[in-house]
Design a protein around this ligand. Sequence first.
Ligand SMILES: O=C[C@H](O)[C@H](O)[C@H](O)COP(=O)(O)O
Length: 261
Amino acid sequence: MPAELSPIDKAKFVAAKRATEFVEDGMKLGLGTGSTAAWMVRCLAERIREEGLRVTGVPTSTRTAELAASLGVPLATLDEVKWLDMTIDGADEFDPHLALIKGGGAALLQEKIVATASDQMIVIADAAKEVTQLGAFPLPVEVIPFGWQTTKALIEETLVSLDVLNRDCTLRMNGERPLVTDEANFIIDLHLKRIGNPRQLALVLNQIPGVVENGLFIDICDIVVIGHGDGRVTVRDINQGTEGEDFVEFAPTDNIFADIE
Ligand SMILES: O=C[C@H](O)[C@H](O)[C@H](O)COP(=O)(O)O
């Protein structure tokens, strides 16, 4: 068990813990990917152990699948369950409309499919992820490896025509080699000077041959749970137009650190 969590990890933990309180017995649940989503999987596993909560999780990456399986969270594929009650996932940025940039962990494709197939998407994030305008975080785009350089050039041309390109797009690397996603694709990160119209950008990007999906999630997220390092959580519901503040006791048990060195 780590001696002390950093304030940012505490913020992620409290957001994740609060979000798992939305989970009800019998739910089919999309399990997001990333460091914040990993806390959610740990908190969920704790509820399963302690309360006998019954859920079926649909993971959005092999990483999440391995973590959830190792902690005893029952899993199924999306094709087995077809539709989900809720997805809980992290984000790289969220704006006042709860539009998101996702894909910093290269899992955006499965994440978008799973979130879209859910009645409700809850995003969990530390407060630093909140922005007034998306786009400071490089926008990840998943492309097929065939002809990726041509696809990248077409993306850049499109961004120039929309007057949003800041500097050349970059192929995401894993050491010396291109990073390969769970779907055996590559990721191109887009460096934007501004997002422009995110809805238009998302549509235009997906029309470029070779592009599989982009990391803009628009009108998908319903609730954001924002964690703070002192244990406060802000719950913002875009459909209800409500915002409330809570406090989550920061008392993680030894069990919750079981998979952490
Ligand atoms: O591809 C990865 C996902 O979209 C993550 O949910 C996102 O990058 C946030 O990750 P983290 O919680 O580690 O900041």
